[in-house]
Design a protein around this ligand. Structure first.
Ligand code: ADP
Ligand code: GLC
Length: 505
């Protein structure tokens, strides 16, 4: 016993003796203490949907539980919040540096803990890479530090009057949290939400020592993935429960086609009742009546108001005046999003009298191809390479259709934002797209990831555009879809109950 305690201290850094392993003794009461661990939060920085979810879900869950967020102290956080008070110190462990823990009390009552470690996080760029999009070379250390901080907080930290009864981890950057808990012999339960299985956080085994991964854990039953260390697999192996962001995606990832090499493990989890799909929601800021980013706010029945937004978007993108349909693309420009299909379909759209506006950022080849389309179809195709949320909002509000031919889509928020703004998504029937779009009612779905299948959905959309009655009925149906966070929060709450009731694996 003595030896085990010393080993725990060693692994998590020097723990104060009186605070050892309080997580293990947490009682499952109606209000749980949840530490929501994330690498993005739209209040400060967002690379995709995870930022939006991390800003909204903890706030909604806060109605049911004592939820606090843990994020790295990126430059963007330090820029928004001056003089963050330090509330605790987290010791160094293995090759991971010591750091300070800051506390932000948001105006709406949410508590956000920030890992203050300038050498790892205070940099110009995104959470994951530099301005040119190249991943930071020390991402293993940066995000192992995030997971370790979560485990250290779960173990109890001197001067911090709060210990979580459960860790809620998100995607590979925080996934190692559950492994550090297990390797320290603690029993704090954890829930891992997979927002995207395709990003796994794979690193060379030469890094194991400095990250504090025990040799015994580096095998197929543990954190090894074809000779590499996989942060995401570690999370899946050690978390009490795994969730994904839609029900369809939860089923899809148990198949070889969508399982990214982890489908066997995920099937096992599913068989044990430890894999659950919970659909994301969207927050109330997505409302065309009140959105301050829109020059012409409009009510769900006011389609003239919607048209004013279309005219503004056309002007913004330098498009010709037109009475034809306006198609929007608001997307990371990556293979996942079926960008190649969008590019191939543009010629047909323009021939049908449609126009296309694109805002996106991502792989160089797709950015260039989009720019070529704009110069090939001046006045009909407008492209902005970049990431600008106000522009994205105006595009959802002004467009008639959103193109989202994703090859896979764990949930997808853009299609829900578009629907709320009266723009009908044209999307592949996969993951969250299949769960949020009713074909021919609130959007258009197609099955095969092929140009032919996408074009047939586009033809159906153009047909609907030709019939005002049909178009407006579909817009009304899309705008009144009851997306919100309450239902998702209830889903997470029952997953927390199960994780707190059962033993960690
Ligand atoms: P993912 O997280 O896979 O990128 P989601 O649909 O869940 O896909 O979330 C993407 C989020 O990022 C949405 O809020 C979308 O509006 C936004 N977004 C994507 N690309 C851009 C862009 N270029 N400019 C502004 N917002 C963008
Ligand atoms: C990921 C997925 C996207 C999902 C988002 C938020 O980025 O690609 O489908 O909506 O996470 O959960």
């Amino acid at each position: 016993m003595e030896a085990r305690v010393i080993a725990e201290e060693d692994r998590l850094g020097e723990l104060p003796a009186e605070l050892k392993d309080p997580g293990g003794s947490s009682a499952a009461g109606p209000v749980q203490r949840i530490l929501y661990v994330t690498s993005e939060m739209t209040d400060y920085v967002k690379a995709g949907g995870l930022g939006d979810v991390s800003a909204a879900l903890p706030r909604s869950l806060g109605q049911l539980h004592d939820v606090r967020v843990l994020i790295p102290g990126y430059r963007q956080v330090l820029a928004v919040e001056e003089d963050i008070p330090v509330v605790a110190r987290l010791p160094a462990a293995h090759g991971l540096p010591a750091c300070e823990l800051g506390r932000i009390d948001c105006a709406d009552g949410l508590t956000v803990y920030v890992i203050l470690c300038p050498e790892l996080y205070d940099r110009e760029g995104s959470p994951y890479g530099d301005e040119s999009g190249t991943d930071w070379a020390d991402n293993d250390i940066r995000f192992a530090r995030l997971g370790l901080a979560a485990a250290q907080i779960a173990a109890g930290v001197r001067d911090l009057d709060w210990t979580p009864s459960l860790l809620h981890l998100n995607d590979w950057p925080s996934a190692l949290g559950s492994a550090y808990v297990a390797w320290a012999g603690m029993t704090t339960p954890s829930v891992l939400t997979i927002h995207n299985l395709a990003y796994q956080g794979l690193f060379e085994p030469s890094r194991l020592r400095s990250l504090g991964v025990p040799d015994s854990a580096f095998g197929v039953e543990g954190v090894e993935f074809y000779g590499k260390l996989s942060f995401l697999k570690a999370g899946i192996v050690y978390a009490s429960h795994v969730t994904t962001v839609s029900e369809t995606y939860a089923r899809e990832i148990t198949t070889p086609e969508y399982g990214c090499g982890l489908d066997g493990l995920l099937r096992k989890l599913d068989g044990e009742g430890r894999l659950t799909g919970i659909l994301n929601g969207i927050d109330e800021s997505w409302d065309p009546r009140t959105d301050s980013h829109l020059e012409s706010p409009f009510a769900p029945n006011d389609f003239k108001g919607k048209k004013a937004n279309a005219d503004e978007v056309r002007r913004d993108f330098g498009l010709a005046v037109s009475r034809g349909p306006l198609f929007a693309v608001v997307s990371r420009l990556v293979h996942q999003k079926g960008v190649d299909l969008t590019i191939e379909s543009t010629e047909t759209i323009v021939r049908q009298g449609g126009q296309v506006v694109v805002t996106g950022r991502g792989e160089d080849r797709f950015e260039r191809a989009m720019e070529r389309l704009a110069s090939r179809y001046p006045g009909q195709v407008g492209v902005r390479i970049g990431f600008e949320e106000p522009m994205a909002r105006r595009m959802f509000a002004g467009s008639d259709f959103l193109l989202m031919p994703s090859r896979f889509e764990p949930c997808g928020l853009s299609q829900m934002y578009a629907q709320r703004m009266g723009s009908l998504p044209i999307a592949r029937a996969t993951g969250g797209l299949a769960d949020t779009i009713k074909d021919g009612v609130t959007g258009f779905l197609f099955r095969d990831p092929s140009l032919g299948a996408m074009l047939s959905a586009i033809y159906r959309a153009v047909d609907a555009f030709g019939s005002r009655r049909k178009l407006n009925a579909m817009r009304r149906a899309a705008m009144s879809e009851p997306y919100g966070w309450t239902r998702s929060a209830a889903g997470y709450s029952s997953v927390y109950d199960r994780a707190l009731a059962g033993p960690a694996p």
